[in-house]
Every structure is written in C-alpha cells, then in structure tokens.
Design a protein around this ligand. Structure first.
Ligand code: DC
Length: 218
C-alpha cells in the first residue's frame, strides 16, 4: 500500500496547484481525478451526447478507455490511446464533466483506476470524493476550500493570463452552480470527510497551504 494523501474541495480552491506542489516536495505522484472526469466528458462531447441523456452516457462509458501517464512528471490523460491533455481545461469540458460525474456508471468507470494507483504508489490525489469514497483509509485527508469571490478571482486571473476573454461575474456564477451540482448530487457528493482537516486557502499563499499539508504527514 502506498502513502496516500487525499485532497478534496470545490472547484477553484487551488487543489491541483497545491496537490502538485505537495507531490513534488514529497516525491510522490500527483493524481488529478478531475482530469479523468474531464477525459470522459471529452468522449461524450465528441459523440455529441447530451448530458441529460443518461442511457447514452452510460452506453458511451463502455467504449471509452481513459488512462493516465506521466511525461516529465506531468500527468497526461489518454482517451482511447489519444493524448487529450491539451483539451481538458476548456470550459465546455468542465461543465460536461460536472454534469455527468453524478452518474454512477461514470464514477465506477474511473474509481478502479484511481484505487489501483493509490494501492501501488505513494500519491497525492485530488478530487471531490477521494477522502470519503475512493480512499477512505488515506493517511492524510484535507478538505481545501476558499470563498466563492476568491476562487472566481483566481480563475479570472488565470484565464486573463492565457489571453482568454472572460467576465468575473459569470465565472463566479459558474462556480456557484458547479458547487451546487457537486454538493447536491446523489452519488458521491462533495463533502468534507469526518476525519479530514479543513484548510481555507482564501488568505494563504500556495507555499503556506502546501507546508500545512506536509506538516499533517508527520
Ligand atoms: O476538479 P475539476 O474541475 O477538474 O473537476 C471536473 C468535474 O469533475 C467537477 O465538476 C466534478 C467532477 N469530479 C468528481 O465528481 N469527482 C472527482 N473526484 C473529481 C472531479
């Protein structure tokens, strides 16, 4: 069994940035489970399936092979053998992932892969249900959050840096909607595990958050 650090929290809380840094500092592998849901979402989008058509989504899971690999330490996501990493962060992909990740078949399709990785390697895994469902026996569990305003501002700056035109209010609205969907779905809703440590990153630097998590590993 590897050493497992589980980080859950809402969209834009900084999970991937923090998890990547903690993994680097500890020499562990970073597993971004949101990227796996996004990988499946690309499959559904490519097939032109509506997020409301649950039967079609379930059927499409059977011909999607989502795998992950690493290039220079960076996680790559493959869909049926094709490297789709560059497409993962698109807004339509995030929305499709959020709208389909409540479907039990979608979750079951990815959970095996996540658990196998954690069994065999030391990992920092981030997502929505890692501490509650995927790795209930993780060595360290963190629930990482930040205010909606703060998360929207971070996303806004990130998009602006990439030269993407965006609107702060729309981003905040999208984050609120995504929070609601992630927290209120029937299957594996986003919630803090009873034994998870709550970290609010609103007024913390990236280094401070990473160090606080590493401190929990002692
Ligand atoms: O963390 P992210 O924005 O890349 O995740 C995309 C969507 O995938 C998110 O809206 C919820 C879903 N997700 C999930 O249901 N369970 C996970 N472990 C990770 C992500």
């Amino acid at each position: 069994m590897g050493y497992n650090i589980a980080i859950d929290g809402p969209a834009g809380a900084g999970k991937s940035t923090i998890a990547k840094l903690v993994a680097k500092k500890k020499g562990y592998i970073y597993v971004d489970t949101g990227a796996m849901y996004r990988g499946l979402a690309i499959h559904f989008l490519k097939k032109g399936i509506s997020a409301d058509d649950v039967a079609a989504i379930e059927a499409a899971c059977d011909d999607a092979d989502v795998t992950i690999g690493y290039e220079n330490g960076m996680q790559q996501v493959y869909l049926n053998g094709e490297n789709i990493t560059a497409l993962l962060r698109n807004e339509d992909v995030g929305t499709m992932a959020s709208r389909t990740s409540g479907i039990p078949k979608v979750r079951a399709t990815l959970m095996d892969l996540q658990q196998t990785m954690a069994r065999t390697k030391d990992v920092v895994m981030d997502g929505r249900d890692i501490g509650t469902v995927v790795l209930p026996n993780a060595d360290v569990k963190v629930y990482l959050t930040a205010s909606v305003e703060c998360r929207a501002k971070r996303r806004y700056l990130e998009l602006q840096e990439k030269g993407v035109e965006c609107n702060l209010e729309e981003i905040a609205k999208d984050i609120e909607e995504r929070d609601y969907r992630d927290m209120h779905r029937e299957t594996s809703p986003l919630r803090q595990a009873e034994d998870a440590v709550l970290v609010d990153s609103s007024d913390m630097t990236i280094e401070e958050v990473a160090d606080a998590i590493i401190e929990l590993c002692k």
